[in-house]
Structure formats: C-alpha cells, structure tokens
Design a protein around this ligand. Structure first.
Ligand code: SF4
Length: 234
C-alpha cells in the first residue's frame, strides 16, 4: 500500500488512542485540503508497504491502543486502495484490532469496504451537487448514495462537515437533507475551517476568508438538534 505518513492521536480520528495511517492518493481536490501532498496518486515521499508489514507493525503497537483505540485509515482517500485495504481490515478483525476509516464517501465499493470496518467516519462537504463539483472537483451523487446506504443499513456512521465561510455555511440545507432519513445510528460533527495545510499548496491555495466564528458552529449544532439529529464534538 502507498502510505504517506503515520502517527498516533487520541480520539480525533475514531475512539481512544489510535495509530493513524494516511494513504496516498485522492479522487477529490478540495480547495481547502490540509493534506494537499496526499492528493496525487504518486508521491516520492509515500512509502510502499505490504499488508503483512503493516500487520506486523500494528500488532507490535497493540499496547498503545488504550481507551478503546485501534487503527485508522485516512488519506488522501483510503478507499482508493480497496483490495489491500479490505485484506488488511479482515486480518485486523481476526486479530481483534479495532478499525476505523475516514473517507470522502465516494467509493463505488463503499458497502464492500465498510462491512469490515468497526467505526466509520464520512466527510460531507456540501449539500448541493454543482457547488460540490466547484469546490471539490467531483460530483456529490456517489457520496449521497453511500451515506444513504449507511443510514438504511442501520450501521453506525459519524458524518463530519467542514464548515467554511463562503462555501457551505447553510446549516438548514444540510439538516433538511439528513432529516429525510432514519439517522438513529448517525452522529454529526462540525469542523471549523482552519489553514493548517496551507503551506503545502506552495502558493496555489485558493480559499480566502474561510474562517467561521464559534457562533456559526453553534448555529449548525442548534439547527441539527432542532431537526432531531445527534451532534458530537471530538
Ligand atoms: S477528500 Fe480529503 S484528502 Fe481528498 S482532497 Fe478533500 S480534504 Fe483532501
């Protein structure tokens, strides 16, 4: 598998203390991406690591997975390496390791992959297809289809919305869409815009005035609650 970077974090990408792998390559090109160097399919900084090498490394790290922790695969877009990812997820489940993926939700193999995942995080960046294409470079259709599949299958799903001034600040539009479905097994989180990865764009960053206030995040939380949707903050 092509891995750009790895490291531990606590409860930001799934529960407990987790070993997080950033896989190389993404099919989206979000204009605010904080991991822009993870977007190209190839990157000389990414390492080719076999599934068996990863299993060895993860099992050696087992003592670190405290407080319900485990392993998270993110990106880039982890589902682009679906065959190896599924093999790895199956082996981790056999070994009793808790797994999580954070995905942009567009994979045509979403159901097949997520069947092997313990904790699923899906990012949804816009409620409107034309705007999604404009900011992300790809259609929203597959993302919606996969999110709706997760709702209907009753599996746990954690949906994250990056809230960006001038891009998607319409809590009602998001909440009205989600409230069309049974979201008993879903939680929603709002991530205020930041510019941590701006330097990686090497002067080509295109978002201006993207920051939102705490009040805007509160408006999202209040609107979602008003629609009966559960919100979380990690
Ligand atoms: S989906 Fe994630 S990794 Fe891919 S471009 Fe968007 S923010 Fe970056």
């Amino acid at each position: 598998m092509k891995i750009l970077q790895k490291g531990f974090n606590y409860s930001q990408d799934g529960p407990g203390n987790r070993l997080v792998y950033h896989l190389q390559g993404c099919n989206f090109s979000c204009k605010w991406c904080s991991n822009a160097d993870s977007i190209p399919k190839d990157n000389p900084k990414a390492k080719d690591v076999s599934v068996s090498e990863l299993i060895d490394e993860i099992l050696r790290s087992r003592m670190m997975f405290f407080d319900g922790g485990g392993v998270t695969f993110t990106g880039g877009e982890a589902t682009l390496q679906a065959d190896e990812l599924i093999e790895l997820l199956m082996l981790l489940r056999e070994n009793g390791i808790h797994t999580c993926i954070e995905t942009n939700g567009s994979s045509p193999r979403f159901a097949e992959i997520t069947e092997h995942v313990d904790y699923l995080i899906v990012d949804m960046k816009h409620y409107d297809d034309a705007e999604h294409k404009k900011w992300v470079g790809s259609s929203l259709t597959d993302v919606k289809k996969n999110i709706e599949y997760a709702f209907s299958s009753g599996r746990q799903i954690h949906i994250r919305i990056p809230v960006i001034n001038g891009v998607n600040v319409d809590p009602t539009a998001f909440a009205e869409y989600f409230s069309l479905f049974n979201t008993d097994n879903a939680v929603f989180e709002f991530l205020a815009y930041h510019e941590y990865g701006k330097d990686k764009w090497k002067g080509k960053y295109q978002i201006e005035n993207g920051f939102v206030s705490d009040d805007v995040i509160k408006q999202f939380t209040d609107e979602f609650k008003k629609h009966g949707l559960k919100t979380v903050s990690t």
